[in-house]
Design a protein around this ligand. Structure first.
Ligand code: NOJ
Ligand code: CA
Length: 555
């Protein structure tokens, strides 16, 4: 594969609402981000991805856009955004905006116009079906629970929504709509952004089944049926994605990362040399604890072998066709420490072990705000503490299906997206230094230990370790190997050994991990290698609990 500028990147994801509040309204804002650009730069990353900052009624915290051309007033102004882009670029930080174009908000002018007159041209911007008997066309379930169909007024017409009912899906079959979107993307590219994180894009092509009058066999007590197989990656989607690539991404040599699960047979089309995107997010290991589950508050069982298989297989597949986008966290996931570690096992060693595990995989690593500090899940005690639309919907649905309060809360405590959305922990000051007002979502009480200011001064901290990892990858003599080198998963006899090799033209790197709380014998031969990174002071006879070591040598 030809080398691309966006391969030599490490991305820092910002969730603006929870990053830094400067005017005391309890909501993070763009001026807050501008004020922290030096911190972000100090991490060594070179790209920032901003979760949506457009005008929105915030039913899904900005993933429900009502005006693509305006910044939401709670975040600031368009001028602030332009300043942010300029200030970031001056520091060598490129900016990705979140592109949410599978759906809009019900408050978007297109939707409002459609409501006024579904027979106007705006009727064709949405997916509308009319039924004779006045019932929903079919029994498919939206991602956030409940039917995918919502009645328009008191008519027999319904609009389609894959997510919440406040997020009507756009009709991508309409060329006029598509052109409006490409124009909007061009507008932002011309403002100096480097590209987009592309939201829910696998959903833009709908199968005929999901839009037809059909009754599917229910897969849960709500009488509804899962939509994934009927809306994700449907035949014909490539026409839209190729058009988007040719009209926008190619013109600007954009960096793009799409939120879509791509089966191996389609990877070439998505991320090959002339792929639709630079890279796509893989969900297999992020959702290892919920994959395949249709009931709202149930978990899937998994073990370390499954995790290893998911990571290795994903790396091997992506490497055949293009570039990967490894991540442990984002705004849709709980904190990774609570997901991947047993209860009571979160400590400096296990935290840095998890970081090492994914950071040297082949692809662009994504780092989510606070992950570099070792932030962990919030101790939610009651449903009233949750704000996320998905958590609240799941609560309702699980209740209807007869789940106990205790079971639901246990699920949400471990799985709710609010875990990642609690305010960034800057210091020991009140509200972790995030806001002088009342934060929109409670601050994690562990902020007195886990915060930027303390970790800057401590001799050993997760923050220092992340900086070291980024430095090794981006500026050391192993950079070429760590960025472009081949990936090879090494299968040892023990489940708890995680070992992989990266081989470049001149150097080779081995990542060796003891994923267990017990000391264990070494899982690799160390002769001839230098130690590039180690989360312990030295190497002992045995690997220590959660020890993570990166070894390197010339080849
Ligand atoms: C994926 C986003 O990451 C998530 O936060 C959002 O709720 C859905 N797409 C709908 O836009
Ligand atoms: Ca604010």
């Amino acid at each position: 594969m030809e080398r691309k500028w966006w391969q030599d990147t490490v991305v820092y994801q910002i969730y603006p609402k929870s990053f830094m509040d400067t005017n005391g309204d309890g909501i993070g804002d763009l001026r807050g981000i501008i004020g922290r650009l030096d911190y972000i730069k100090s991490l060594g990353v070179n790209v920032i991805w901003l979760s949506p900052i457009n005008r929105s009624p915030m039913r899904d915290n900005g993933y429900d856009i009502s005006d693509y051309y305006q910044v939401d007033p709670s975040f600031g102004t368009n001028k602030d955004l332009e300043e942010l882009i300029r200030e970031a670029n001056q520091r060598g930080l490129k900016v990705l905006l979140d592109l949410v174009v599978n759906h809009v908000s019900v408050e978007h002018k297109w939707f409002q116009e459609m409501l006024k007159n579904p027979d106007s041209p705006y009727g064709d911007y949405f997916i509308i079906r009319e039924t004779e008997d006045g019932k929903e066309p079919n029994n498919f379930r939206s991602y956030f629970g409940g039917s995918v169909w919502e009645r328009i007024g008191d008519s027999n017409r319904f609009y389609f929504h894959a997510f919440a009912k406040e997020q009507p899906d756009l009709n991508w079959e309409n060329p006029k709509l598509r052109q409006e979107i490409y124009d909007m993307m061009t507008y932002w590219q011309e403002k100096g952004i480097a590209g987009f994180r592309v939201d829910a894009i696998g959903n833009i092509k709908k199968s005929e089944t999901i839009l037809s009058n059909c009754r599917m066999p229910a897969d849960a007590e709500d009488g509804l049926c899962d939509i994934h197989a009927y809306v994700i990656n449907q035949p014909g989607i490539g026409e839209f994605l190729g058009e988007m690539r040719d009209q926008v991404f190619k013109r600007f040599d954009s960096m793009t990362v799409a939120e879509i699960v791509v089966p191996e047979k389609d990877l070439e089309a998505y991320i090959g040399d002339n792929g639709y995107f630079s890279m796509v997010f893989d969900f297999s290991y992020a959702d290892i604890d919920t994959n395949g589950i249709t009931r709202p508050c149930d978990f899937a069982k998994w073990n370390l072998e499954d995790l290893k298989r998911c990571i290795f297989t994903s790396q091997e597949n992506y490497q055949k066709y293009g570039w990967a986008a490894p991540y442990l966290e984002n705004h849709d996931q709980p904190r990774s420490l609570d997901k991947y570690l047993e209860d009571g096992e979160i400590n400096y060693y296990s935290t840095t072990m998890l970081g090492t595990l994914y950071f040297f995989l082949r692809g662009t690593p994504y780092l989510y705000q606070g992950q570099e500090l070792g932030m962990s899940n919030y101790p939610f005690a009651d449903i009233s503490e949750f704000k996320d639309i998905d958590a609240l919907n799941k609560y309702e649905k699980a209740k209807e299906m007869g789940d106990s309060e205790e079971k639901i809360l246990d699920f949400l405590r471990r799985r709710s997206r609010d875990n990642a959305r609690t305010p960034m922990q800057w210091s020991k000051a009140p509200n972790a230094g995030f806001s002088k007002g009342t934060p929109w979502l409670a601050v994690n009480p562990n902020y007195s230990q886990v915060n930027v200011e303390s970790e800057e001064t401590e001799e050993q901290s997760v923050l220092h370790f992340y900086r070291d990892m980024i430095r090794l990858r981006r500026t050391s003599e192993y950079r070429d190997t760590l960025v472009y080198g081949r990936f090879e998963g090494i299968r040892t006899e023990n489940t708890e050994d995680f070992v992989y090799r990266r081989t470049g033209e001149e150097r080779e790197v081995i990542v060796a991990i003891n994923y267990s709380k017990e000391p264990r014998s070494w899982c690799v031969e160390r002769e001839g290698y230098e130690v590039l990174l180690n989360n312990y002071d030295r190497l002992e006879e045995q690997m220590q609990p959660y020890q993570a070591v990166v070894l390197g040598k010339k080849v």
